[in-house]
Design a protein around this ligand. Structure first.
Ligand code: CUA
Length: 369
């Protein structure tokens, strides 16, 4: 570093800022400050402390809704505390170096020829390796503990489809479009998709799991705070992705039991009554409409839905049986004005039984205003 080509020195001499500097010893760019590395690191450490302080002041998380929340928040805090200082330190040193050691105008010389530094390389590979491994092991231990099998688990089957969630309680023989859970009871979710990849996520529960076509994925959690939350879809799944959110209610156990009873009563009222065909048929049609998530895309006053992804069903342009049926089983055959092809899944022909399709068409025609 001390050996400078006289030509370089001449070039430096022409620089405006340092014009007139005669001896290389006096040029701070050649010798730098007395301890540039120490100064760099001091600035970096200070910036890291400030950065970490700011990070910890930010309220990152929604309220806690289950027993896993506080443990997952701790994992996040540990990750932040161990990654923010390193990020800020590295960026500060990099920015400081770029500013402090930049080439002056007219300096055409090469930098010093450096050929590796084994000790430095071992250090900068080993430290990150140990850090990342330790964090991975810690995260795994916490997740393993959260996902441990619990006694007295309640099973809830979650089905994602474009663009709605539906829930089934097989032990209780109940289906629903809102997710109602008893407080303090462990729940095992079995998550499936009818079409594309969705992601089941209740932010207050922290845990998130993909719904993958052809697979059943699982998640375990124990809600421990009575409250109203939202289940959202956390995987871009089409035009209606942002509307794919539904109510989650965590209620005391006795309120859950009476909710189950009401659901069962309603289902029985809708399915039975073969004689009173009119009422039974309409109820069956509404069940099909609700269970298949039609309302998340379509407005239908009769069902109290207000989706806008697809056409408004209060005023079907041609309210006749053939047209409505075709629009359900082969939605791309004729697309309502102002809407695009390929948005509505073309899977309902397989998904609905002929009776369900009939009930749905009937229900929609009767609901016309
Ligand atoms: Cu389903 Cu995004």
């Amino acid at each position: 570093m001390d050996e400078r080509d006289p030509q370089d020195e001449a070039a430096i001499g022409h620089g405006t800022e340092y014009g007139g500097v005669g001896h290389p010893e006096e040029d701070p760019r050649i010798h730098g400050e007395r301890h540039p590395v120490a100064r760099m690191i001091a600035i970096g450490v200070l910036a890291a402390l400030i950065g970490t302080g700011i990070t910890l002041l930010i309220d990152w998380f929604p309220e806690d809704g289950d027993t896993a929340a506080s443990r997952i928040d701790t994992v996040y805090d540990v990750l932040l505390i161990s990654s923010i200082p390193i990020f800020v330190l590295v960026m500060t040193v990099a920015i400081y170096s770029v500013v402090r050691f930049r080439a002056k105008p007219g300096d055409m010389s090469d930098g010093p020829p450096i050929h590796g530094n084994t000790r430095l390389e071992i250090i900068w590979v080993t430290i990150p390796f140990i850090l990342v491994s330790a964090l991975a092991i810690y995260g795994w231990i916490v997740l393993d503990d959260i996902e441990a099998k619990q006694p007295d688990e309640m099973v809830v089957r979650v089905t994602g489809q474009q663009f709605a969630w539906s829930f089934e309680y097989p032990q209780q023989r109940v289906r629903s479009t809102e997710l109602v859970l008893p407080e303090d009871r462990p729940v095992l979710f079995g998550i499936r998709s009818r079409d594309v990849v969705h992601s089941f996520w209740v932010p207050e529960f922290r845990l998130k799991q993909d719904a993958v076509p052809g697979l059943t994925t699982h998640i375990r959690l124990t809600p421990d705070q009575v409250g109203r939350y939202q289940v959202v879809c956390a995987e871009l799944c089409g035009l209606g992705h942002a509307t794919m959110r539904q109510l989650v209610r965590v209620v005391p156990p006795d309120a859950f039991d009476s909710w189950l009873a009401r659901r069962r009563e309603r289902a029985a009222g809708g399915g039975g009554g073969a004689g009173g065909a009119g009422g039974g048929q309409a109820a069956a049609g509404e069940t099909v409409f609700t269970d298949n998530g039609c309302g998340s895309c379509h407005t239908l006053s009769e069902a109290g839905t207000n989706g806008t992804v697809g056409p408004n069903l209060d005023n079907i342009s041609r309210p006749n049986r053939a047209y409505v049926e075709e629009s359900i089983v082969d939605p791309n055959a004729e697309v309502a004005e102002g809407f695009r092809r390929g948005i509505m899944p073309a899977t309902f022909e397989d998904r609905l039984s002929p009776e369900e399709l009939d009930a749905l068409v009937e229900y929609l025609l009767e609901a016309q205003q």
